[in-house]
Design a protein around this ligand. Structure first.
Ligand SMILES: [Zn+2]
Length: 410
């Protein structure tokens, strides 16, 4: 069996294929570094890091791009609240903490890590193109994409425009200027004192979604293979990204697969700063080894919503100890010694079913139990170690920031 992935667009699981043979282009929506990141962010980035590692292990050359949204309403709000503190300072401070958390979790650094503010010329170029093609219109310095001009608008969410119009929409800003309720800003005029850039429509700043389109196209070309992000980004952000990219480049589909990770809640409640219930990866890593947290995060299927309960990591302690100890039995073996082992075959067959990491971990745990009972087959220790390394565990020798390897560049 080969890798099959579920795509939100079309709501079907199908064989993974790529635009260019042997090369997988991945774009994953990054953070807006206006505040701390929580365990839900770690969940998303560990899942996509592991998928990236798995694709590499089965022979793909992976190009992984993750952006930083360093100009938007939230960044501006925090800057104002902090007495006009420069946005790059806020960005760099939060981004450093975020990246340090991910480094400790052995998440490979992206091949490109673009900042939106470094892509203003591309954003202006796409916006101008969309106006030229009749998909966007200008109203007193604001530029809107007209959703109704893109016939596939709504397809990602599988609903009609009328149904989308009923949904809560953070793109409701400047509603009085729009032709249609679902229209969204590509470029916007700013309040006095806020950061702005010159443009053909006057000084302003980008809308939210055009940033990701511009960065994805700039770094990976008009068509990518996997677009990832949280399920909360399906609408309007990802619906907008498709409309912008396909109308601007004329190429379709913008992404072959749309993969959305589930939301991680705390004991049934959405984590939010205002509720004061944020669980932070770095706090958990004071008490537990980063690999144990990684195991916890991968024990949930990427697509499922999950609930974190205090005590969950303790409960995983036995399994974690077993995997770690059993994998040490395969230490020192030549790389890929376990390549054709039945365990590797079973591991791959399991994970190939829509990236079933939790299922694959169950398979590996079974092997660990056998090995520790002295009942492992020939080469099973090496095979176990190899599979755990594919899942990114530093204790099994996975290369990554935890051992000083930051990843390649494009
Ligand atoms: Zn995005």
């Amino acid at each position: 069996m080969s890798l099959r992935l579920y795509s939100t667009l079309g709501r079907e699981t199908r064989e993974f294929t790529t635009v260019a043979p042997g090369e997988a282009r991945m774009y994953v929506c990054g953070v807006t570094p206006y505040d701390v990141t929580h365990l839900g962010h770690a969940f998303s980035y560990v899942q996509f890091d592991t998928l990236r590692r798995y694709l590499s292990s089965i022979g793909y050359r992976v190009r992984y791009v993750q952006n930083v949204t360093d100009i938007d309403d939230d960044m501006i709000m925090v800057s104002r609240r902090q007495g006009g503190r420069p946005i790059p300072e806020i960005r760099d401070e939060n981004d450093r903490i975020f990246r340090n958390d991910l480094d400790r979790l052995n998440v490979l650094r992206p091949n490109a890590y673009p900042f939106a503010t470094e892509h203003i010329p591309e954003i202006i170029e796409h916006t101008a193109k969309l106006i030229e093609c009749g998909h966007a219109y200008v109203v007193d310095g604001d530029v809107f994409f007209e959703a109704r001009t893109f016939e596939r608008y709504g397809q990602l969410n599988g609903v009609t425009l009328e149904e989308l119009e009923q949904r809560e929409n953070p793109e409701s800003k400047r509603a009085e200027k729009k032709r249609g309720k679902l229209d969204f800003l590509l470029w916007q005029i700013v309040d006095a004192g806020d950061p702005s850039w010159p443009s053909p429509w006057g000084p302003g700043r980008p809308g939210w979604s055009i940033e990701c389109t511009a960065m994805s196209v700039a770094h990976l070309g008009p068509r990518i293979d996997i677009h990832g992000g949280g399920s909360d980004l399906r609408f309007p952000h990802h619906e907008n990204e498709i409309a912008q990219a396909e109308c601007s480049t004329g190429d379709a589909p913008f992404s072959g697969f749309w993969m959305h990770n589930g939301m991680l809640k705390l004991e049934g409640v959405k984590m939010s700063k205002s509720l004061g219930n944020l669980v932070l990866a770095r706090n958990l890593m004071q008490e537990f080894e980063p690999d144990q947290l990684r195991l916890y995060l991968l024990s949930h299927h990427y697509r499922a919503d999950a609930d974190y309960y205090h005590g969950d990591l303790e409960q995983l302690g036995e399994r974690y100890g077993r995997l770690k100890l059993a994998s040490s039995q395969g230490e020192g073996a030549a790389a890929a010694a376990g390549g054709g082992h039945a365990l590797v075959v079973e591991f791959r067959e399991t994970i190939d079913d829509d990236f079933d990491a939790p299922g694959a971990i169950d398979v590996l745990d079974g092997a660990a139990s056998r090995l520790l009972a002295g009942a492992g087959s020939d080469g099973e220790g090496e095979a176990l170690r190899e599979c755990l390394a594919v899942l990114g565990f530093a204790f099994a020798g996975a290369k990554g920031p935890a051992s000083g390897y930051l990843g390649s560049t494009l």
